[in-house]
Design a protein around this ligand. Structure first.
Ligand code: GLA
Length: 387
């Protein structure tokens, strides 16, 4: 829905006129390389997409927040007086969780009506939740003149997801969504939040996002299980020398001391994290040198490590990647996000895009019985006020 129609929709839902509506936008994100490194204080390299969540907000002069969306039927109305309580799995607990964080900072609210409209496929690993959180955080910060900077809003949104929603995610998604910039990818050190916006120069190529259309079933519990395995690896390796995070160990050093990790499974989890962290550094060097072939090889190596050592891919993601790699002109293809379903990202020669979409769709359908979806990604800006 375009903005004009969204405003009409807003006026209809809340029986009001279009005056005084504020409009905000927050993108989705795709991670190019550096998977499951963020909660190990490692490096990631995501970028913001040019599609995401639009939010219209207006003061309602009542002591309530009302939430509606063009994407789902569920709506909610709550008192602006806390406590805010999560009582289900509906989408509006994401903005409510963000409001809860502002409340904990001592901000007193006035009543607001919200209309969200998203064009990020849900559960596809393109950060639809971080997008909703960040657009809400940005809007509340603006409307109530709270004065937090973007990085504080990122941290606040991550906290909302960890504490209110109960998903123990790292900081990559909210950071990429908040601080993304057109035509740039974000080289982020998740340990200290130092970052660099790196021009994403992929001349003659495009990033194609392919959606497995497999819902991420047990994803959250598996995600938390991986986090615990990393903690166990840290504990085991700390017998040699105390560390706080796996990414403090170089890959060369890991090869010397990895037998301190007693479980072979946990050893493989650590191997992924430590090797992936190095791959991010190598990928940035390759991109800056214009070596897209090497960048693609590192994307491939990342997927293979996530499949063999971290075991978060699954048949759908592996099939999409295998089919993609058969197409001439594909420099690299890997899963993106948490895994267990969701999307892949592939670096593809512009002349091969049609063939890619046609052939990968056929091969994937034949082997899985599922219909994939494809988006040619454009890199967009981070969270902002539109009007
Ligand atoms: C999800 C989480 C992120 C990150 C990725 C894996 O997207 O929200 O914090 O851990 O998985 O790289």
């Amino acid at each position: 829905m375009d903005l004009q129609n969204l405003k009409k929709e807003f006026a209809k839902i809340y029986s009001t006129d279009e005056s005084g509506i504020k409009v905000y936008f927050s993108p989705g994100r795709v991670n190019l390389i550096g998977e499951h490194t963020d909660y190990n204080a490692g490096y990631v390299f995501p970028c913001a997409l040019n599609f995401g969540t639009t939010l219209l907000v207006k003061e309602n002069r009542k002591d309530i927040f009302r939430f509606a969306t063009t994407n789902f039927e569920h709506t909610a109305e709550i008192s602006i007086k806390p406590p805010f309580v999560k009582a289900g799995k509906e989408w509006y607990y994401y903005p409510m969780g963000v409001a809860d964080q502002f409340n904990k900072m001592g901000i007193s609210f006035r009543g607001l009506d919200f209309l969200f409209s998203g064009d990020i496929p849900n559960g596809a690993g393109l950060s639809s939740s971080a997008s909703i959180e960040m657009v809400t955080a940005y809007a509340l910060n603006d409307i109530f003149s709270v004065g937090e900077d973007m990085i504080s809003l990122v941290k606040l949104s991550q906290k909302a997801e960890n504490q209110f929603i109960g998903v123990n995610c790292g900081i990559m998604d909210q950071f990429a969504v908040g601080l993304g910039a057109k035509s740039k990818a974000i080289f982020l050190n998740c340990g200290n939040l130092d970052y660099e916006l790196v021009p994403l120069v992929i001349t003659g190529h495009k990033l194609i996002i392919s959606n497995t259309n497999k819902r991420r079933g047990l994803a959250d519990s598996k995600y938390n299980e991986r986090r615990s395995e990393c903690e166990l690896a840290v504990e085991n390796l700390s017998q040699v020398k105390k560390i706080n995070n796996l990414t403090e160990v170089s890959y060369a050093r890991f090869l010397e001391i990895n037998d301190m990790i007693t479980s072979p499974v946990v050893r493989r989890r650590a191997k992924h994290v430590i090797s992936e962290n190095q791959r991010v550094l190598d990928a940035i060097v390759a991109l800056k040198a214009g070596d897209l072939v090497l960048f693609g090889q590192l994307m491939n190596a990342s997927h293979d490590s996530l499949r063999n050592d971290y075991e978060v891919t699954g048949i759908e993601l592996d099939t999409l990647v295998e089919e993609a790699r058969k197409i001439p002109g594909v420099l690299g293809s890997r899963m993106t996000g948490a895994g267990f379903g969701g999307c892949t990202v592939s670096l593809v020669n512009e002349n091969s895009i049609d063939e890619f979409i046609e052939q990968v769709a056929i091969g994937y359908l034949e082997r899985t019985g599922l219909h994939a979806e494809f988006y040619v990604a454009e890199v967009g800006d981070g969270t902002k006020r539109v009007e």
